[in-house]
Design a protein around this ligand. Structure first.
Ligand SMILES: C[S@@+](CC[C@H](N)C(=O)[O-])C[C@H]1O[C@@H](n2cnc3c(N)ncnc32)[C@H](O)[C@@H]1O
Length: 239
């Protein structure tokens, strides 16, 4: 089905409004379409941040706060973990689930982080970069707020790297996923946006190059499910 993704500011407004519309059942949708695997990927991502008790971490595009809460569990009471999202609806769900008083959620734009420079040990983003109007602007902000030696981790969709199985994944993402979304939210067209948002999203190699161009070092990525999902790791160099 043809689907046109809005550009620039129009994309940001569209994404913000739509995530607020689907916030209440976003986790259910995610559990079904990934068969619960998104929770394992998030666990892996949090371990890869290397954060420790007392550390400072920022989870951008935090949505319902799944990654934020996992980070807080590791950082503990002496740590400082903030979840940031621009959708009031997603933040409302995140706040209603908080089990740790130290967890803080703020409304803000990933392209203009309301966070002090050189203040974070780790910055994470789960299925967020793909939704941004300009990835590069956000990455520059991530770079700014990380301490020297701080780590950036992104979990997102990638490009399936084995050509023969690409059509299978394409069928799943473009036909089955929107169908599941429309069963959960009858008549909601946003679920056609999901797979289409991956089309213009850089391949794993390209995103690694963008991270290096931003100034990150030690850039690596790990593929899951043949590359349909990928975790990127990057570090702000220490002086
Ligand atoms: C697919 S959800 C991911 C939620 C969560 N990180 C997860 O992994 O389950 C993407 C989230 O990014 C947020 N988002 C998209 N663009 C944003 C921006 N420019 N600034 C802040 N949040 C943004 C949306 O509101 C939405 O909650």
């Amino acid at each position: 089905m043809p689907f046109e993704i809005p550009d620039g500011l129009a994309k940001a407004i569209y994404v913000k409004n739509k995530f607020t519309t689907i916030a209440n059942r976003y986790d259910l949708f995610n559990d079904i379409i990934t068969q619960g695997m998104h929770r394992r990927w998030k666990g892996f991502l949090v371990r890869k941040t290397g954060i420790q008790s007392g550390d400072h971490a920022l989870d951008i595009c935090c949505g319902t706060g799944d990654i934020t809460q996992r980070l807080q569990r590791v950082a503990g009471a002496s740590g400082n973990v903030t979840g940031l999202d621009f959708s009031a609806g997603m933040l409302h769900v995140a706040k209603s689930r908080v089990t740790d008083r130290n967890n803080r959620f703020i409304q803000g734009d990933a392209a203009l982080l309301p966070v002090k420079s050189d203040s974070q040990d780790a910055v994470t983003v789960g299925f967020g970069l793909r939704n941004l109007a300009e990835i590069e602007t956000c990455l520059s902000e991530v770079w700014r707020v990380l301490k020297p030696g701080g780590r950036f981790l992104s979990l997102d969709m990638g490009k399936v790297e084995i050509p023969i199985i690409r059509p299978l994944f394409r069928f799943y993402f473009f036909v089955i996923v929107p169908m599941i979304g429309k069963i959960i939210y009858p008549g909601e067209s946003f679920f056609d946006y999901f797979p289409h948002s991956s089309l213009d999203f850089p391949s794993q190699q390209k995103l690694a190059e963008i991270l290096e161009k931003t100034g990150f070092t030690n850039v690596q990525y790990v593929n899951f499910h043949f590359g349909s999902t990928v975790i990127h790791y990057a570090q702000k160099p220490s002086p």
